[in-house]
Design a protein around this ligand. Structure first.
Ligand code: ZN
Length: 277
């Protein structure tokens, strides 16, 4: 079997419908592909990742209509008779960036996506990190910017968590357009960068990652990455070790980190099986 992104033989895109229709289309496509050694799933969350749980592989309380409490990984595994590795899309993206992207060779690295929502995945020594569940970095609570104090945030659960303050919908909620459409001297630029920098310095304080990769649609906004870097140095107050321009970077795999993450999960699973066999 292949060993990386250069060995991809076929690719398809299936629009998400209800679970029944979608999962049938997925298993039909893979069944036609023939013999599979392993399959990796990089899923939207929240999902159950505890292997001791009888709900392992389930999508849990998602707001996505019809997908609550859906057996995802188990169902695909049974339909195809293949072992399945299951993780969040951001954990998988973090793993792909270690294997083939901007975090290659790093022992500890983080991948954060800033888009419709905000989420982050952590890889330590080649393994994605899971605790009682997967990390929920987007729901970390930053200190509110004083010039932003009138805004309650858009997270339905927490209001002013990071996702509630700095995601695409949060930006549109107070300024009426995307960050990239606002002028470079608009106050929104520094406000959003400041919130993201708070996550960065917190991650540095907790884990000292060799790379913090910032992906997602909002990060494509001109000048944003550089603003986050400068604010992270300021906020870190000397505790930000290493070269911020090396540590804080865009994905090396562009918008394919999540997709290639599923491949990385599958390769990891088939490797660990053959080594333990
Ligand atoms: Zn939240």
């Amino acid at each position: 079997m292949g060993s990386g992104p250069d060995d991809i033989r076929a690719e398809t895109r299936i629009e998400t419908a209800d679970p029944e229709t979608t999962l049938k289309a997925v298993t039909d496509w893979f069944a036609e592909a023939g013999d599979l050694a392993a399959l990796g799933i990089a899923s939207f969350g929240p999902i159950e990742l505890d292997p001791r749980s009888d709900r392992w592989g389930f999508i849990t309380n998602t707001p996505k209509p019809g997908w609550q409490n859906t057996d995802f990984a188990g169902r695909i595994s049974r339909a195809l008779g293949v072992p399945v590795a299951f993780d969040t899309d951001v954990n998988a993206a973090a793993l792909a960036e270690v294997c083939w992207g901007a975090a290659k060779g790093q022992r500890v690295s983080v991948y954060v996506t800033v888009g419709t929502g905000i989420g982050g995945g952590l890889v330590i020594d080649g393994k994605t990190h899971r605790g009682l569940s997967h990390p929920e970095m987007g729901h970390f609570r930053p200190r509110l910017d004083p010039s932003d104090a009138g805004f309650a945030g858009v997270c339905p659960i927490h209001g002013a968590c990071l996702e509630g303050l700095a995601s695409g919908p949060a930006i549109r909620a107070r300024w009426g357009m995307e960050l990239s459409a606002l002028s470079q001297d608009h106050p929104a630029q520094e406000i959003v960068a400041g919130y993201l920098a708070q996550l960065v310095v917190t991650l540095q304080a907790m884990f000292q990652p060799g790379r913090i990769i910032l992906g997602g649609g909002v990060m494509a906004s001109p000048g944003l990455l550089e603003r986050v870097r400068l604010q992270a140095i300021q906020q870190g107050g000397g505790y930000f070790r290493g070269d911020v321009r090396e540590i804080l970077t865009l994905p090396g795999l562009g918008d394919r980190s999540g997709l290639l993450g599923a491949l990385a999960l599958a390769l990891d699973l088939s490797g660990s099986q053959s080594s333990s066999a």
